[in-house]
Each structure stands twice: as C-alpha cells, then as structure tokens.
Design a protein around this ligand. Structure first.
Ligand code: ADP
Length: 391
C-alpha cells in the first residue's frame, strides 16, 4: 500500500489540499490536488496530476467542518486506490517570534499557536480548524505546521521595526511578513533553474486574493510588503493594503465606527472590491467595462509598482522580477501595467512572451530578468512535513 503525505492549505471558506505518494527516490509524487469547499454547499473536489477528475462530492448544507474533513480522510484511505497516510502537513499563517521553522503539532504546540490568534484574528483560527479536526478524528496521525512567517526570519531587525515606543517591539509589535511558503517555493525554483539566477536581487510578486511582494537577496528574504498583519502593503482583493494610521483613528474617534466593523471593512470590504464597488476578483474586473473596475485595476498596479521600487531600494537594485499566484501567473495585462511603471529600473517586457505566459517574459534588452513562475505552497508543506517526521 503506498505511503502518502497530505498537505492542507486552509483559506477563508475552503481548504486546498494536495496528496503525495512517497516515491522510491525519496521524492514526493503528486497523486491528487483538490479543494474542500466549506461554505453553504460543502463540497469535496479532487483531480489527479493529469487533470482527471477523481472526486466531486457534495455534502448536506450544515455538515460540520470536522465531518467534511473526515470525508477527505476517508476518501484518501479508501478511494484513491487505498493509501496509508504517514502525516498531514498544514500551512499556518502566523508563527509569531516563537515558531521559526516547521513543528510537530502536539496538543501543547497547537495551544501555543492558538495563543498567537491576536496577531492574526481572522486567519489563525482558519489555519487551526483542520488541525484540530484531524487531531480529533485521527489522534495517532502525526501533524506538522509550516508557518507563512518563517521564511522572513532573515529580515534585518531594522527593517522589521515600527517607529513606536520601543516597549511594544518586545511585545511582538513588529513586521513579520506572510506568503513565506510561496516565496520559499519560488526561491527554490530559481535555484533549480540556475545558481546565478538565484543570486540575483529579486522581487517576487505574489499576486492572488491576498497579495504581497518579497525582496530576495541571495535567495533570502530581506524585505516584504506585509507587516504585522496580512493587511499591509499592496491593494488586495478585499483588503486595503498600506494605509495612513490617521485614517483608522478618524473612523474610530470621529466617526464612532466600532472596532469590529472597522476590522471587517479593512479585511473584507476594501481593496479591489471597495474601490470598484463591483468585485474583489481580478478576472471579473478585467472583464468589466465599468470605469470603476478600471480605476481599481489602475490603483492595484500603481501600488504594486510603488512597493516594488521600495523593495528594490532595500536591496540596492533590482535584477530579477518574478510574477506568481492567480493574478501574477494569469494576467498578462497586470504584468504589463506593473512592469511599465518600473521601466525606469530597466525593465522591458517581450509582449509576445508575456501574452503567451512564457516563463521568461523580459526582452533581450531588459536589464531585469522578468519571469512567470507558478507557485506551489502545498509541495513545500509536504516536503517539510515528511522531513520532520522522518528526522
Ligand atoms: P488565493 O490568494 O485565494 O490563493 P489565487 O492565487 O488563486 O488566490 O488568485 C486569485 C486571483 O487570481 C483572483 O483575483 C482571480 O480573479 C485572479 N485570476 C485567476 N485567473 C485569472 C486570469 N485568467 N486573469 C486575471 N486574473 C485571474
């Protein structure tokens, strides 16, 4: 019976997963990739590596989260040809100052991660829900947590700091950075492509529903646009990105907006959705002829280019720009818009290559190597998890 690793990546209303078999060469072979939709109409869908549909099952509305996770485990055990899970690995949004590398998720560790919830009030409980469900259903199955913050440990303390009274720094009020598993994957791909490429001063643009940039020097994170929370930096699907803190004081003190309502506005009603009033989904905005959609796209590109230039400054130059995640991998027009605003840094695209979503989209004359690389957070989680349980 094949031995397998399950990697889970929990989002707001869904859990993406990938299932890998342990190959003889000690590598991992993708068996399935899928999604557990946990919304009003719970659903389990999975496809094989070649795209063949392996599962598409709907559950009764109101089925408990744990029951739906249980269906996934049963499906792995009995239906994908019969497999023995050796561990489940999870993407965990926040590791705080304490968790700087992957960790076995024992009950005490789960509690400690839960203790970081004030640092990521919306995201941390979502990360932990499938961990707890699996711990209850399969207490004997080893589980591993991999942190989105961990890749940014290499950022200089100065770059992490806020100019607040220094006692708050000791309390953990500082910049952490997120999307670390995606950045780790891309840094690894750059190394695989060539050591010379991996050594370049690089900005990775992870542009999905959540979006951030990471500055890589010698393959290590030296700056990033998300900070204390996943709200900072770029304009996102429904999040505002960097904002003058005076605006928040205005809402709280002058307009009497309740803190919970302000939180919901900043995380769920702002960004592309807030500006356009139409949608937080880039594809929908690109398809819309409404000028408000155009305005939201323009702001998205302007702010991404502005932040990319700031990261180039942290590195003292820019030699490589990588686009990844849903928007970065699939929207040639967003890549054109961002790259065009960075032309002064020597970026020039080969538009034919860009429209074709080629891996290298910069022109021969471009001073900056511009690439499109698909990200894969699940394989990073699976590799770390296996390495930890086999250590
Ligand atoms: P998440 O952060 O939830 O993992 P993704 O990385 O899947 O999100 O990115 C989702 C975003 O990518 C959405 O805004 C979606 O509209 C956008 N997107 C997906 N495909 C395309 C496309 N072909 N053109 C433009 N945007 C796209």
């Amino acid at each position: 019976m094949p031995r397998s690793v399950l990697a889970l990546n929990a989002g707001s209303s869904s859990v993406k997963f990938a299932l890998y078999d342990l190959a003889r060469s000690n590598g991992l072979r993708l068996v399935s990739r899928g999604m557990l939709d946990l919304g009003d109409a719970p659903r389990l869908t999975a496809k094989a590596a070649d795209g063949t549909v392996q599962c598409d099952r709907q559950f009764t509305a109101g089925d408990a989260h744990d029951a739906v996770i249980g269906e996934l485990l049963n499906w792995v055990d009995s239906e994908v040809g019969g497999r023995k899970l050796v561990c489940a690995g999870h993407r965990i949004v926040h590791g705080g100052s304490e968790f700087t590398e992957p960790v076995r998720l024992t009950p005490a560790v789960i509690d400690a991660i839960d203790g970081l919830t004030p640092l990521a009030p919306l995201h941390q409980p979502r990360s932990l829900a499938p961990v707890r469900a699996i711990a209850a259903l399969r207490p004997e199955l080893p589980q591993v947590g991999c942190f989105d913050t961990a890749f940014h440990q290499t950022i200089d303390p100065l770059v992490r700091r806020f100019a607040l009274p220094s006692k708050y720094e000791a309390e953990g009020v500082r910049r952490y950075g997120f999307h670390g598993l995606s950045y780790e994957y891309i840094a690894g791909r750059l190394r695989e492509i060539s050591p010379a490429l991996a050594a370049k001063r690089t900005v990775i643009a992870h542009l999905g529903n959540g979006a951030s940039l990471c500055a890589l020097r010698q393959g290590r994170s030296v700056d990033t646009t998300m900070g204390f929370s996943a709200l900072d930096g770029l304009v996102m699907g429904t999040r505002c990105g960097a904002i003058d803190p005076g605006v928040l004081l205005y809402f709280l003190l002058e307009k009497g907006v309740a803190a919970d309502d302000l939180q919901a506005m900043l995380y769920e009603k702002s960004g592309l959705l807030g500006v356009s009033g139409i949608s937080g989904d880039m594809r929908a905005l690109e398809a819309s002829g409404d000028p408000r959609a155009h305005e939201a796209i323009e702001l998205f590109a302007f702010r991404a280019a502005r932040e990319a230039a700031a990261l180039a400054n942290t590195m003292g130059g820019l030699e490589c720009l990588v686009f990844t995640a849903g928007i970065g991998e699939r929207s040639s027009s967003i890549r054109t818009a961002i790259s065009g605003k960075l032309a002064w840094l020597g970026i020039e695209l080969d538009e034919g290559a860009n429209v074709a979503h080629a891996e290298i989209i910069s022109s021969a004359e471009s001073k900056v190597d511009v690439r499109v690389i698909g990200t894969d957070e699940e394989i990073v989680v699976a590799r770390h998890s296996l390495a930890l349980i086999e250590a």
